[in-house]
Design a binder for this molecule. Structure first.
Ligand SMILES: [Zn+2]
Length: 128
């Protein structure tokens, strides 16, 4: 096995890029019904554009990383859950299970996210 997939995200204008490594903790939807994926915060690194990156809370409980130049939101990060939320890229066809803890799921739900349940019929069988 390799070190795992590395992805790169860029904002609309390309000034800010993020490097994403590993695999997501799970998938879900945000408050507007858009697909998102949940990542451990340590999986996300700033690629370039530190001077263009603006981190603010925008009156919310979580940090919003956005590009000053084009205004694109790159991710939402919640320190309490230790989870970063990215817009889901449908091109990546990963079959990640649900690795979020119950506490993380509760925290994300409180922030308005809907976490997809672990896919049934997968390779793993629930005990019991
Ligand atoms: Zn930009």
């Amino acid at each position: 096995m390799s070190n795992g997939p590395y992805g790169q995200l860029a904002c609309d204008c390309g000034a800010v890029t993020l490097l994403v490594c590993g695999s997501p903790l799970g998938h879900g939807r945000d408050a507007e019904g858009e697909p998102v994926s949940f990542w451990p915060q340590e999986a996300i690194q700033l690629g370039q554009g530190a001077s263009e990156l603006e981190v603010s809370t925008e009156g919310s409980d979580f940090d919003v990383w956005r590009c000053r130049h084009c205004g694109e939101h790159l991710l939402h990060a919640d320190d309490e859950a230790g989870v970063a939320v990215l817009a889901d890229s449908r091109e990546e066809d990963d079959e990640a299970g649900l690795a979020l803890t119950a506490a993380q799921q509760r925290r994300l739900a409180a922030l308005g996210y809907q976490v997809d349940p672990e896919p049934s019929g997968g390779a793993s069988r629930a005990k019991g």
